[in-house]
Design a protein around this ligand. Structure first.
Ligand SMILES: Nc1ncnc2c1ncn2[C@@H]1O[C@H](COP(=O)(O)OP(=O)(O)OP(=O)(O)O)[C@@H](O)[C@H]1O
Ligand SMILES: [Mg+2]
Length: 310
């Protein structure tokens, strides 16, 4: 079984305008709503690949209800903890014919200690040997920086595999608990390791920093350069073909879904890298947080260049 954990979800509302102008009423020419939440994106990516999962997370109010209904509508199971207040709405105002935009993220409600205790209880109840857990995104107000580290310890104490995609202090402290897998992007890895990622040797050095902490798989995603996937014994570089990029929101989450899918099928590491990049790049070619269809991801997988570096 695969579980995703999203403690800080949000509804992403994108309003398209002809031109962004100050102090004027602008008319939206299009609007769209996306269920924003990095773990939810992973759940969607898994679903498209035919891999069931259960989405865990903290939700509140009508917006939280909409997120739950949105996921159920796609056929994704949820097991949410309800918090007081309203799940946040993040607003993007984007120009139709340029890449100019304004994005405003709400902080979201402060999480009470009882809700965190409920999440710990869920993890204790659901973590079984061999279960995979994607722990994704930022921590909302009220959650201590070492909460992901705590979850990693709980999951792995029960024989599960914790896979962490976070940034800053939550990533740093989470890594110290030695999760099975981490998925930093180049910027996150650079910030944490202090290594400037200017080429494959430097990227391998950054991956070594994570492996030295006892992490078993480092999936260091490199945007258009693909993915460096490293274990203690193998290093693989998977590169996507050149594609027409539409939106890059959630591509790292799509990549993590591809990686988890391949791991859950017990594929060899070269194929884990291939499916990760295929899912990420298929998502990059689509609007919003849309993920590819199975056919799109499959077609992309055939075009990914996989090189064994060591
Ligand atoms: N310009 C691009 N062209 C092709 N594929 C891309 C491009 N940018 C990203 N991707 C695909 O998406 C994957 C993840 O990208 P990236 O490293 O930017 O993730 P991220 O920064 O974690 O994204 P997120 O915003 O979801 O957190 C890449 O490994 C690649 O497969
Ligand atoms: Mg990311």
């Amino acid at each position: 079984m695969i579980y995703t954990i999203t403690l800080n979800p949000g509804l992403d509302r994108t309003l398209t305008v002809d031109a962004i102008r100050d102090n004027e009423v602008l008319r939206a020419t299009a609007s769209r709503l996306d269920w924003g939440g990095k773990g939810f994106n992973v759940a969607r990516g898994l679903h498209v690949l035919g891999q069931p999962s259960t989405a865990l997370g903290l939700v509140g109010g009508h917006t939280g209800q909409m997120l739950a209904e949105g996921l159920h509508g796609l056929g994704i199971a949820t097991d949410f903890v309800t918090i007081p207040g309203e799940t946040r709405t993040n607003t993007v105002i984007a120009e139709a014919h340029s890449s100019r935009y304004i994005k405003v993220n709400e902080a979201g409600p402060t999480v009470p200690p009882a809700a965190l205790e409920a999440v710990r209880g869920q993890v204790r109840r659901l973590a079984t040997p061999g279960s995979y857990w994607a722990i994704c995104g930022s921590l909302p107000p009220g959650v201590p920086h070492d909460f992901y580290a705590e979850l990693v310890t709980l999951i792995q104490g029960a024989g599960g595999y914790a896979c962490l995609d976070a940034s800053g202090a939550a990533l740093r402290l989470g890594c110290a608990a030695a999760p099975f897998l981490v998925k930093p992007n180049a910027e996150e890895a650079q910030e944490l390791t202090g290594v400037a990622l200017d080429g494959i040797p430097a990227t391998r050095q950054a991956a070594a920093y994570f492996l030295a902490q006892g992490i078993q798989i480092v999936a260091l995603s490199l945007g258009a350069e693909g993915l460096l996937l490293a274990t203690r014994t193998e290093t693989i570089h998977a590169r996507p073909p050149q594609v027409a990029v539409r939106t890059l929101v959630g591509v790292g989450d799509a990549l993590l879904a591809g990686v988890l899918y391949a791991l859950a099928q017990a594929m060899p590491l070269v194929d884990v890298a291939r499916w990760g990049v295929a899912a990420g790049t298929a998502a990059a070619m689509l609007e919003g947080v849309d993920v590819g269809t199975p056919a799109q991801v499959q077609a992309m997988a055939a075009l990914v260049m996989v090189t064994k570096i060591a």
